[in-house]
Design a protein around this ligand. Structure first.
Ligand code: AMP
Ligand code: GLY
Length: 427
């Protein structure tokens, strides 16, 4: 088979790592890829937003399967464009990727499908937003409607903070078009967990639960990032509850999207808050999470390409997922300063040494290979991911792997997995 992966993060390195294990893969390309994918596949210098360029490349190489990683190409309609060119592509069409691309659309679909979520108002002008705030009062959560690289959500604990958030979105235009529509949501309290499911338009097959760590510093302090580490399973959503949870947060969305004539295929990622009133959906992503993908794929024993092809063919009902019973945990290493400004170009040593440890793999993200060296080339640089008999052992192995690495101007969180260990009574 000839396969093209789109993207350049740790998620795409994990996709390449998993897919390259399949015996009949003759050619594997990653556009644009990173220092890690360069060792498993051929990196192609095409941006993830260059849909025309990607389709032309896929045609030229007679690609059998395209696997887009990030949200941007999905919302730009890469699946529709590949389909039009007769090239199988795993993921949602643009009309379905809107579930991630527009929070107002996602809210409307959730309400139509009867999925539990925070009450919210949707506003396109400042005066109506102010009136809503005057009526409801802080704490409230202010969200830019469109894609904002994980930065378009402001949890405002006081009326002043709500006002500052609205200033930023409406008046300062800090998020551009992404905030021409703004949601103001009820503030929810609870532990967060993610449920990702393979979908074929009608059938949803949930993966085990995963938990991300969005804040940059230990103890969930500091600004939100793309994700500083993740593990699976999360004790707050055990395997025995996956199917029942998919009935609440995933399958109603599939039914609603099918009813609208745009069946959902690909990965539907439900970001949940487990509140005292039960689970509520905070957001949908329409792709694998990064870094959730790294620990999840390390647990998936089934062939990933077979599953993706079953999703495309609408035959997921014939598939069963074979999942490793063990736990996995990934710790992200970033450049100091991320998610603000950060330096680049630092050499990274010890990756091979870490990879030699049993059940440890370093998935690279913001890196590039140059003159036989791996250099930092982004905010999130890599994610050391490890297997263990249980969460505690997976955590220990991941940090042992991290200890093998060295990079100047780096930062990590030292408490990935702690919430899960506390829930198990082990910390
Ligand atoms: P989102 O991009 O919608 O997942 O939001 C990013 C983060 O903001 C979430 O991971 C939560 O920590 C927080 N958040 C989002 N919505 C709410 C809410 N309604 N109540 C409390 N926190 C929220
Ligand atoms: N880690 C969260 C995301 O991929 O959106």
């Amino acid at each position: 088979m000839r396969i093209l992966i789109i993207g350049s993060g740790g998620r795409e390195h994990a996709l390449a790592w998993k897919i390259s294990q399949r015996a009949d893969v003759e050619e594997l390309y990653v556009a644009p890829g990173n220092g890690g994918t360069a060792s498993l596949a051929v990196n192609v210098a095409i941006k993830d937003s260059d849909i025309e360029g990607l389709v032309a490349f896929a045609k030229e190489k007679a690609i059998d399967l395209v696997v887009p990683g990030p949200e941007l190409p999905l919302t730009l309609g890469v699946v529709d464009a590949m389909q039009a060119a007769g090239i199988p592509c795993f993921g949602p069409v643009g009309a379905c990727a809107r579930l991630e691309g527009s929070k107002a659309f996602a809210k409307e679909v959730m309400q139509a499908a009867g999925v539990p979520t925070a009450a919210a108002g949707v506003f396109t002008d400042r005066a109506s937003a102010d009136a809503f705030v005057a009526e409801h009062g802080a704490p409230l959560v202010v969200k830019a409607d469109g894609l904002a690289a994980g930065k378009g959500v402001i949890v405002a604990m006081t009326d002043e903070e709500v006002k500052a958030a609205l200033d930023l979105m409406f008046d300062d235009n800090a998020f551009g078009d992404a905030a021409s529509t703004v949601l103001i949501e009820e503030f929810l309290v609870g532990e967060e967990v993610s449920l990702l499911s393979f979908c074929d338009g009608t059938t949803a097959l949930p993966l085990p639960s995963a938990q991300d760590h969005k804040a940059v510093f230990d103890g969930d302090k500091g600004p939100n990032t793309g994700g500083m580490g993740a593990y699976s399973p999360a004790p707050i959503l055990p395997d025995a509850q996956l199917d029942a949870m998919a009935d609440i947060v995933t399958r109603p969305i599939l039914a609603e999207m099918a009813r609208r004539g745009t069946p959902f295929k690909g990965i539907l990622y439900a970001g949940l808050m487990m509140t005292a009133d039960g689970p509520k959906v905070l957001e949908y992503n329409t792709r694998f999470g990064d870094p959730e993908c790294q620990p999840l794929l390390m647990r998936l024993k089934s062939d990933l390409v077979d599953i993706m092809q079953a999703c495309i063919a609408g035959e997921l009902d014939k598939v069963e997922l074979d999942i490793d019973e063990r736990s996995t945990l990934g710790v992200v290493l970033t450049s100091k300063g991320y998610p603000g400004s950060y330096p680049k170009g630092m050499p990274i040593s010890g990756i091979e040494k870490a990879n030699e440890l049993d059940g440890v793999y370093v998935f690279q993200a913001g890196t590039k290979a140059q003159d036989g060296q791996i250099l930092a080339n982004g905010g999130r640089v890599l994610c050391v991911t490890a297997l263990g008999r249980d969460l505690k052992e997976a955590q220990a192995h991941a940090y042992e792997g991290m200890d093998c690495l060295s990079m100047e101007n780096s930062q990590i969180r030292t408490d990935i997995g702690l919430k899960g260990l506390k829930r198990l009574g082990l910390a």
